[in-house]
Design a protein around this ligand. Structure first.
Ligand code: SF4
Length: 335
């Protein structure tokens, strides 16, 4: 990402170009054996439960265990892994989905249109996609009263405007912008697949022995530093394995706040994330080996801030104990 002119129109753009994009700064060389080492870590990690893995994978609908950032998140508790709350659209989740789409479209259009026009286009496209499906995003959007829909569109236009103020336009002849590009990595002879769509990858068009891509996860909700960092690291691992080259940096960008948190390339971080994948596959194999019904006494439960995403929350004693513990140590945390 070194090189030609970058038009920096605001102090925020200058800061982002320096601190996040590292514009004009040298890129790190990466260890040539890194990708092979990560694959070895994963494959050797699966070895102790190889036979059960084959059985459990064969019983999956697609014939393999699919590991996504969501499944990694749920590894924290067996109950959550088995019984997560079904996803439901809320104003916050829809705002996030549409904000991603607007920022992506604005980039595709190279900022040639007014943000409100970009929002109107995205709104129209998304609201027309699957209006007949009551669980779809479009059904949620179409059910909004006019005033609520307008308010949300105004907010999205504001987010797109503030994104432009902080992010400089990147020259396409130097930087390839990949938004929501699917990445798939096959492991264990096809029995495990890692899959994800990083929000944004900014990749230098230069190819050499340097790590030159930046992986960005865009967040519009409340920052959850540790959780967000784990999700991002999974994307960094995925990109490394799928492309054969690690990113030089990965970052969570909080759109509403206009700030980022980032980590620079370290093989130890990618190795630790590979271990999280191994642990998650191990958990799914252990639970899957019981078949349809996992006995209650076999569950390893751990309560915490994630319990609100679990269907068992209302009756779970472990969750209640965790809430009580938090109430004692952090009285404000539960208000
Ligand atoms: S409510 Fe919390 S502790 Fe209980 S099973 Fe769900 S995630 Fe685990």
């Amino acid at each position: 990402m070194a090189g030609p002119s970058l038009s920096l129109d605001t102090p925020a753009q200058r800061r982002l170009a320096s601190e996040l994009l590292g514009w004009g700064q040298p890129r790190p060389a990466y260890e040539t054996g890194l990708v092979a080492d990560l694959r070895d870590h994963l494959e050797s990690g699966f070895a102790p439960f190889e036979d059960q893995l084959a059985d459990v994978a064969a019983r999956q609908r697609r014939g393999h265990l699919l590991i996504t950032k969501t499944r990694l998140d749920r590894q924290v508790c067996d109950g959550l892994q088995l019984e997560p709350r079904p996803f439901e659209h809320t104003r916050a989740s829809v705002r996030g989905i549409l904000a991603h789409a607007v920022i992506e479209r604005d980039g595709d259009l190279q900022r040639r249109q007014d943000p409100a026009e970009v929002v109107a286009q995205v709104w129209h496209d998304e609201a027309s996609r699957r209006p007949g499906d009551p669980n779809s995003l479009s059904a949620w959007m179409n059910a909004q009263p006019t005033a609520a829909a307008e308010e949300l569109r105004d907010e999205l236009a504001e987010l797109a405007t503030s994104f432009r103020e902080v992010w400089p336009e990147l020259p396409p002849e130097v930087i390839e912008r990949r938004a929501e590009k699917p990445h798939l990595v096959t492991l264990a002879g096809g029995k495990v697949q890692l899959f994800g769509r990083p929000d944004l990858i900014l990749a230098s068009r230069r190819r050499d022995d340097r790590a030159r891509a930046l992986v960005v996860d865009l967040k519009t909700g409340r920052p959850r530093s540790e959780h967000d960092r784990h999700e991002l690291r999974f994307y960094a691992l995925l990109v490394t394995l799928a492309t054969g080259v690690p990113p030089f940096r990965w970052a969570t960008y909080y759109v509403t706040e206009g700030r980022h948190e980032s980590e620079d390339l370290r093989s130890e971080t990618l190795e630790a994330t590979a271990q999280r994948v191994v642990d998650t596959v191990g958990q799914l194999v252990r639970l899957g080996a019981f078949g349809e019904e996992v006995p209650e006494e076999a569950l390893r439960l751990r309560g915490g801030g994630w319990c609100f995403t679990c269907q068992r929350e209302d009756t779970c004693e472990v969750a209640a104990a965790a809430r009580a513990g938090r109430a004692v140590s952090q009285p404000d945390a539960i208000m």
